[in-house]
Design a protein around this ligand. Sequence first.
Ligand code: F0G
Length: 450
Amino acid sequence: MEPFKIKVVEPLAMLTRAERSAALQAAHYNLFRLRADQVTIDLFTDSGTGAMSAQQWAAVMLGDESYAGARSFFRFEQVVRDLTGHPHVLPTHQGRAAERILFSSLLRQGQVSVSNTHFDTTRANVELAGGQALDLPSPAAAELDSKEPFKGDLDVAALESLLARGVEVGCVIMTVTNNAGGGQPVSMANLRSVREICERHAVPFFLDAARFAENAYLITQREPGYGGHTPRQVAEEMFALADGSVASLKKDGIANIGGFITLRAEELAARCRELLIATEGFPTYGGLAGRDLEALAQGLIEVTDPAYLRHRADTAAWFADGLEAAGLPSVRPAGCHAVYLDARRVLPHIPPALFPAHALACQLYVEGGVRSFEVGTLSFGRTGEDGEEEAAPHELLRLALPRRVYTRSHLEHVIHCAGAVAARAASVRGYRIAEAPRSLRHFTAKLVPA
Ligand code: F0G
C-alpha cells in the first residue's frame, strides 16, 4: 500500500471518448500538443510532477529569498554535501542547466563523453560544448525481457578498448538509473569498475544522479552483498566513487523544479561557478527561489526512506505484471520510475516508419485519457535524405510514475484501458508525419493517421 495518506486533492479531468478523439485530432495526433486538462491520468513523465510532503510545504514557508547568502542555500548545501561527500555544491534551475555548465567548463573541442546512455539533453549539451557523446550500454540492455538485474551497466570492455586505442575521453558520465535504456539500474560493481578504469586513465568520472535513490534501492534488492544496506548508505557509496555529479532534482529531489552540480575539484568548480553566475544566478541560489531550495533539501532527505522506495519499486513491478496479463509486455525487470511497453510486440503489423509506440500512445489516450511518452522512431529515429525513416533500436512506450501522485486504483484504470487496446490491436493503425522541424521533432510534429 501507499506509505502515505492524502492531504490535498486535485480533481481529475473526465472527458467522454468523443471529446478525447476530438482533442487528439485537434492536437494533430501529438500528445505534447494536448492541454493537461484534457488528460485524465498523466504518465508522460516523472519529472517535476511529484507531490510534496507536508514537511516540504512547511519548509517552503521558511524560504529565505535573500539574493546572496540565503539561509535556505546553506541548508540545501549541507544536505547535498552530507549525501554526496562532494564539497562544492552549485544549485541550478534544472538538470540540463547543470549539464550545460559542467560540459562547457570541462570538455575540450572533439573530446568524447562516454556514458551507459546519455539522456537526450545530456547528449545535446555534450555536443553544444564541442564534444562527442558516445553510448556504451551493456550488451544485456538489448534483451528487453531477460531477467538480468543490472541492464543499466556500462560495457566496461568497450570502455577499456576505447581508451587503449587512444581516443581522447574527456569524461565518463553514468546515468543512474538509465532512463533512455528502460529505467534500468547500474550495479555498484559496475560503478566500481568504471571508477577504477577512469582513475587509471586520469579521466574524470561523474554521475547523472537524477534517480540516484531509486538506483540505490534496486542495488539493495538485487546486488549480492547489499541486502543489509539502507538505500541511503548505498547512495552515499555511489557518490563516493564519483568525482562529481549533475542532477535534475525534478525526479529524486521530489520537487517541481531544481538541479545541482556537485564537484570535488576546486578549479573546475571555480570555472563552473563563473558560468553559473553569468547564466543561472548567484551561487547561493543558482536559478532557484529560496523556497525551492528548502523543498529540495527536505525532498532529498525523504527520498531515501526505505518504505517509500519499496512502495515505488513494488508498484512498478505490480503495474508491469498487470499490463503483461492484459496483453502488453514490457522491459523487464521493471525499475522504479516507469514501465516501458514493447510496442513492437503489441502491434507487430505496424512498421517502425509508421511509429507503432506512438500509435499505442494515441490509442491509450482515446481509450482512457492516459498520456504516455513514445521512446521509439518518432523521438529517436529520423527521416533520411531519401525520405525513408531510419528506425530507432526499440519501439517503446514509457508509462512514467509521478512520485506520490497516483494510487493503485488509478493504475488499475490504466491496465484496464491498455487491455482494451491490446484486445483490438490488429485494427490499430500507424501514423505519418505531416509537418515537423528538423531536430527534436517529436515535441512539435503534426501527424496524421496512416
Ligand atoms: N538526466 C536524466 C537521466 C533525465 O531523465 C533528465 C530529464 C535530465 C537529465 C534532464 O533534466 O529535465 O531537469 O533538465 N528527464 C525528463 C524525463 C525530462 O521525462 O525523463 P531536466
